[in-house]
Design a binder for this molecule. Structure first.
Ligand SMILES: Nc1nc2c(ncn2[C@@H]2O[C@H](COP(=O)(O)OP(=O)(O)O)[C@@H](O)[C@H]2O)c(=O)[nH]1
Ligand SMILES: [Mg+2]
Length: 349
């Protein structure tokens, strides 16, 4: 399952965004800093029309969507690494995530205090990233103090520390693969990709900000979207249309997360008992897809039958596609494509 962690300053709207994304929202939202002290964890089922179409085409009752987990943690403030606010002890909750959602406050509301005298997303972005860098520096220093560390590792860590002390994030360092190998086990926070969310006012929906620090932002009105997330689907669509929005925040974040993490979706409809969507890193092979579905499929891999979901739906079903010779037989090295329907053939041992 993909995991996404939400970071930002207090009152940026992190918990509100969390509630806009997850099913059964439950995060407490408050107009005062540090409403969230422990973390909130929730999941969202990835909406997928194709999956439901496949299921109905093959008369399959059980449909299993992929899910994404979101983690909402306490706000960070300048000096968190030195113990300001709640400190940065909560950051370890996002150490295991695949991606960071960085929420920036753009909305103006005098009833909701901001931690700085003025709303300045650029400055806020910088401050939070700096705290992430400080947290990583602490992790690196701790590792460096270990006795059993090799000379090569020590050299790499020292170089990384030196560069990060100048304000660079681990993901932006030019490192060789063998150098990066020393960093991966540390799960550095600034090694993770970030999606930047601009939490905007309702009135700015038609004229949203596009970048911060030259990076693209995803403009979202978290408050509105959190309300939207409590409504039935049909009403949500009506609501979105009324605001001139083409997609909900949930859809936007899912699409952008998949893009940032370079993952694709493939489907299985094995035995016509369950239609299931899976995620896979772009460029991976049929064998790697098989391993996700069942270790036996990978171990005893023989061939895989492949057709794109689009073609399968157009043709009108697996049997018809088979008769027309549209289902291809591929080997273990076949590169899985976004939207493929796969049926593995494994030898029985
Ligand atoms: N006006 C406005 N208020 C918002 C928006 N998003 C969040 N808020 C409010 O800002 C306050 C802090 O939100 P919260 O999600 O708890 O922030 P967090 O500290 O980052 O988790 C709450 O009172 C929210 O209702 C928004 O888009 N517009
Ligand atoms: Mg919160």
């Amino acid at each position: 399952m993909l995991k996404v962690g939400i970071v930002g300053l207090p009152n940026a709207g992190k918990s509100t965004l969390f509630n806009a994304l997850v099913e059964k929202p439950k995060a407490q939202v408050g107009a005062y800093p540090f409403t969230t002290i422990d973390k909130n964890v929730g999941t969202v089922s990835v909406p997928d029309d194709v999956l439901f179409k496949l299921a109905s085409l093959e008369n399959i009752d059980k449909v299993t969507q992929t899910t994404i987990e979101f983690v909402d943690i306490a706000g960070l403030i300048k000096g968190a690494s030195l113990g300001e606010g709640l400190g940065n002890q909560f950051l370890h909750h996002i150490r295991e995530v695949d991606l960071i959602l960085h929420v920036l406050r753009y909305f103006k509301d005098k009833d909701i205090p901001h931690v700085h005298p003025k709303i300045d997303p650029e400055e806020d972005f910088f401050i939070v990233n700096e705290e992430l860098i400080f947290a990583d520096l602490q992790t690196l220093e701790k590792r460096l103090k270990k006795e059993k560390i090799s000379k090569e590792e020590k050299q790499v860590l020292e170089k990384v520390i030196q560069e990060m002390n100048q304000g660079k994030m681990a993901k932006d360092l030019l490192l060789k693969e063998e150098e990066k190998n020393f960093l991966y086990p540390l799960n550095l926070l600034t090694q993770k990709k970030q999606l930047v969310v601009a939490n905007i006012d309702e009135k700015d929906i038609q004229n949203p900000p596009k970048t911060v620090d030259s990076l693209p932002v995803i403009p979202i009105c978290a408050k509105l979207e959190a309300e939207l997330n409590t409504l039935p689907w049909v009403e949500q669509q009506r609501f979105l249309k009324a605001y001139g929005l083409s997609k909900s925040a949930k859809e936007k974040i899912i699409i952008e997360s998949y893009r940032a993490l370079e993952v694709i979706t493939f489907y299985t409809i094995a035995k016509r008992t369950e239609a299931k969507a899976w995620t896979l890193k772009k460029g991976k092979t049929a064998l790697e897809a098989a391993a996700k579905v069942h270790t036996d499929f990978a171990k005893n891999f023989v061939k895989v039958e492949v057709i794109s979901a689009k073609d399968l739906i157009e043709i009108g079903g697996w049997q018809k596609a088979k008769e027309k010779g549209k289902i291809l037989l591929e080997g273990r090295d076949y590169q899985v494509k976004d939207g493929d329907v796969l049926e593995f053939r494994a030898s029985v041992k």
